[in-house]
Design a protein around this ligand. Structure first.
Ligand code: FES
Length: 224
C-alpha cells in the first residue's frame, strides 16, 4: 500500500493516504467531526491539535485543517481549551498599564520560557506580544497578535497559566476603541447598515447558490 501512512488518532492506529490533512484523515478513518471543526480553512481556530511523531520527544501544536499527516504521527485534538476570560466593560476601562495588571495579573508571572511562541499554530511571537501587554503597549500587542485564531494551544503549554489569546483580545479592543484613529468610512458604513440600506442586497445574496457566492467573493472589489 504505497502512499499510505500510519497515524494514531486518539491512540488507535489507522492507515490513511499521505497528503490528507489531519482533519480529512480523521474523516477518512470514520470519525464524524461534531466539535473541533469549523471553517476548514485555518481561520476559526476550532481545530487545535497536539501531535508527536513516534520516537521523537517534541510535542507540536497545529491546526488539524491545515496540517498534513505524517508517518508515525500521534494525534490528540483540543476542541476546547479552558482559557481564563475576565469580564470587563470596554466603555468603562481605559488603555492604562494598570488595567492589564488588574484583569490579567498572571502575565507578570511569565518566566520567559517561550513555550507559547514555539507552540503557536500561526507562528506568532506570542511571548513578545505578552511583553508588550505587560508594558501597556497595546498598539504593538494588537499588531503582533493580529493573526491569532484563539485556538488556545499557546495557553496549553504555559507554565504560568496565562490565557494569551484573551490578553491579546483585550489589547486589540483597547487599541480599537481608544488608540487607533477612527475609521470614518467604517462609521458611515455601519450607519448605512443600521438604517437598512443593504437589507435588500443581503436578502438577494442569501438566495444565491454557494458557487455563485464564491465567484462573487473572489471577484469582489477590494478597497485600497
Ligand atoms: S477548522 Fe477553522 S481553523 Fe481549522
Amino acid at each position: 500500500m504505497e502512499n499510505m501512512v500510519n497515524v494514531y488518532l486518539f491512540g488507535k492506529r489507522y492507515q490513511v493516504p499521505a497528503g490528507l490533512t489531519i482533519m480529512t484523515a480523521m474523516e477518512y478513518a470514520g470519525y464524524e467531526l461534531v466539535r473541533g471543526c469549523g471553517c476548514r480553512n485555518g481561520f476559526c481556530g476550532a481545530c487545535a491539535t497536539i501531535y508527536r511523531i513516534k520516537g521523537e520527544s517534541a510535542l507540536h501544536g497545529c491546526l488539524a485543517c491545515q496540517t498534513e499527516v505524517q508517518e508515525g504521527m500521534y494525534v490528540a485534538t483540543l476542541p476546547f481549551f479552558p482559557l481564563e476570560k475576565r469580564v470587563y466593560d470596554i466603555e468603562q476601562i481605559k488603555p492604562t498599564e494598570q488595567i492589564m495588571m488588574q484583569l490579567y495579573p498572571e502575565i507578570y508571572s511569565c518566566i520567559g520560557c517561550n513555550a507559547c511562541t514555539k507552540a503557536c499554530t500561526q507562528e506568532l511571537n506570542v511571548m513578545q506580544y505578552i511583553a508588550y501587554a505587560q508594558r501597556g503597549e497595546y498598539e504593538k500587542c494588537a499588531e503582533e497578535s493580529f493573526d491569532c485564531v484563539m485556538c488556545g494551544v499557546c495557553s496549553s503549554r504555559c507554565p504560568a497559566g496565562i490565557s494569551h489569546p484573551q490578553v491579546a483580545m483585550l489589547a486589540r479592543r483597547l487599541n480599537g476603541k481608544y488608540i487607533a484613529p477612527e475609521c470614518g468610512h467604517l462609521s458611515d458604513r455601519v450607519k448605512e447598515i443600521d438604517e437598512g440600506a443593504f437589507n435588500e442586497l443581503i436578502e438577494s445574496l442569501m438566495q444565491k447558490p454557494v458557487e455563485e457566492m464564491k465567484e462573487l467573493y473572489n471577484n469582489r472589489d477590494i478597497e485600497q
